[in-house]
Design a protein around this ligand. Structure first.
Ligand code: SAM
Length: 321
């Protein structure tokens, strides 16, 4: 097992099926244009092979399928049963939910038990202003389908001062009523947010989120697993919510995540643009592939920040959120 001086190793793998997305969220893309697929994306077969190798070489236990928008990728249908058959503790999906009603049967039949759905507001106009595409009712319908099938749903919301901070309490009520864990993600200084005023203007930190919630609910902080990225809180008799406080309470020193981009690059850190080409490894015979992969993984682990999240020119769309 490859372990660094902080005791970190790669345990969680996130694979971005495609860089393409059917939204153009204000925090992800600057110009409102929808994202396109990368020039040369891995096939379903290559990606399945890559995950199998990474399980063996890195000791990956948990896999998250993300993007871009993973449900938009033509390889989603073929890849899902392949990764479900691999020796993993957990397979989950992160999606914006727009195609969820269409893919619901496939997901339910695959045996996936957990799904994270990104939803920043319950206001239809606000929704279109942030996502710059899509339809709120379709996402809500997708959420209901998952819940009816007994799949554990988490909802991810990025609170922003000028856009949806007033949705924190309505979103919390919506989630409590359905037994969903809502996770607030602090706005990250990625891509175009690294420069200009948008980040400073819209950043809405953990203290403010808790203050807004405290106006209506009493809550206590609960324990979270060692390498969890979210601080978790419980509102008695209502439910649990989380805050991914990358700025206010960085979790870099316990981060166990590894990311694989849709075009075959490994990233050891969301806050570091350094990347390692996995594609040539996929062409080697298995023993050589594993040996080469261990070298790449040692470098990728060295890319992790020691303490705090700096932000990076890299955008989530390329490497998966
Ligand atoms: N399309 C899928 C989705 O919407 O869930 C998966 C990819 S998306 C990049 C994953 C998550 O990253 C979403 O919850 C999104 O809100 C979040 N995200 C993207 N850019 C962000 C930023 N600058 N700060 C905080 N969260 C961000």
């Amino acid at each position: 097992m490859i372990v660094d001086a902080h005791g970190r190793r790669f345990r969680n793998l996130r694979i971005s099926l495609t860089a393409a997305c059917n939204y153009a969220c204000t925090y992800c893309v600057p110009n409102g244009k929808r994202l396109q697929a990368a020039v040369s994306e891995l096939s379903a077969e290559e990606m399945g092979g890559a995950v199998a190798l990474l399980i063996e070489a890195a000791g990956i236990e948990k896999l998250r399928i993300t993007g871009g928008e993973p449900l938009l990728s033509p390889k989603f249908d073929a890849l899902l049963p392949v990764v479900m058959a691999l020796p993993l503790e957990d397979v989950s999906i992160t999606t914006n939910g727009q195609l969820l009603p269409r893919k619901a049967d496939l997901i339910i039949d695959s045996g996936v038990r957990r799904i994270n759905i990104s939803l920043d507001t319950l206001d239809a106009n606000g929704f279109r202003a942030i996502a710059r595409s899509g339809d709120l009712a379709t996402v809500m319908h997708g959420i209901e389908r998952m819940l009816e099938a007994g799949i554990r749903v988490k909802v991810n919301m990025v609170p922003m001062r000028t856009r949806n901070a007033n949705q924190i309490l309505p979103m919390l009520d919506y989630c409590f009523e359905r037994g969903i864990e809502l996770r607030f993600i602090e706005l990250m200084k990625m891509g175009h947010l690294r420069a200009g005023n948008q980040y400073l203007q819209d950043f809405y930190g953990m203290d403010e989120i808790l203050e807004a919630i405290g106006q209506r609910h009493e809550f206590t902080r609960t324990d979270a697993p060692w390498d969890s990225t979210a601080a978790r809180f419980e509102v008695p008799d209502r439910g649990v919510f989380g805050i991914i406080a990358n700025e206010s309470e960085p979790f870099c020193s316990t981060c166990t995540r590894l990311r694989l981009s849709s075009d075959g690059w490994l990233y050891g850190c969301l806050s570091n643009a350094r990347r390692h080409d996995l594609r040539p490894v996929l062409e080697l015979p298995r023993p050589q592939a594993l040996a080469r992969l261990r070298q790449l993984l040692t470098r990728a682990l060295g890319d992790k920040q020691s303490v705090s999240f700096r932000g990076e020119v890299t955008v989530m769309k390329f490497i998966g959120g």
